[in-house]
Design a protein around this ligand. Structure first.
Ligand code: BEZ
Length: 208
């Protein structure tokens, strides 16, 4: 199934390290970072899930719940969890979905046969409180993801939802933003601070 930005993230039920969940009920009212990894007891995945655990406070501050998935069984997730805590210095503080029948992985198109086998690649779905897909990323099995970038995108999505702005290349929170093309410069000056017109189509303003 091909999932696009703006689509409703498909609901599913699954067994996780935190018990059985229904995805929409589990995330109710929150943002979610739903991400797959290829396999338990593997090096890159251990660093990725450890980094996610260490960033638990950052996700919480953004009203965002992380949740991971691999096609390994729940017993393997439970056996691997202590290693994640040991590596990151933070106990596993988010659920890992066990998907041995690959039903969720297939629903989210997380298995790419060109990547070698029928384990999941490194997919990321950022899903908003209305269950809409707001960002997708797909990384190969050999490359660990940048979780600071995932936090940065959540910051940008939340800022652009709340204000008539967009964010420029390499933006980080606090830096100047781009005035939404839908807003005239006069209107922008009423709504935003320190508006500068570099081109008629490129106006910067202070972060709201
Ligand atoms: C890893 O997590 O280290 C890994 C898993 C599958 C393929 C390549 C690397």
């Amino acid at each position: 199934m091909s999932l696009h930005l703006g689509d409703t993230a498909p609901d599913f039920t699954a067994t996780t390290t935190d018990g059985d969940i229904s995805f929409h009920d589990w995330k109710a009212g929150s943002w979610a970072v739903f991400f797959s990894h290829p396999a338990d007891f593997t090096p890159v995945c251990t660093t990725e899930l450890g980094r996610t655990a260490a960033l638990g406070g950052e996700f919480q501050r953004r009203n965002t719940k992380p949740i991971a998935l691999s096609v390994d069984p729940i017993e393997d997730h439970r056996g691997w969890a202590p290693d994640i805590g040991e590596v990151s210095g933070t106990e596993l503080n988010f659920p890992i979905i066990a998907d041995p029948d690959r039903s969720v992985a297939e629903l989210y198109d997380m298995i790419h046969l060109g990547e070698g086998d029928t384990s999941t690649v490194r997919s990321v779905f950022i899903v908003d409180p209305d269950d809409k897909i707001r960002l997708t990323l797909t990384y190969p099995k050999s490359v660990g993801r940048n979780f600071d970038e995932i936090l940065r995108v959540i910051d940008a999505l939340q800022a652009t939802d709340a204000n008539p702005i967009a964010t420029p290349a390499d933006w980080t929170p606090g830096e100047r933003v781009i005035v939404s093309p839908a807003l005239s410069t006069d209107d922008a000056k009423q709504k935003l601070s320190n508006v500068e017109e570099v081109k008629p189509y490129l106006r910067f303003a202070d972060a709201p």
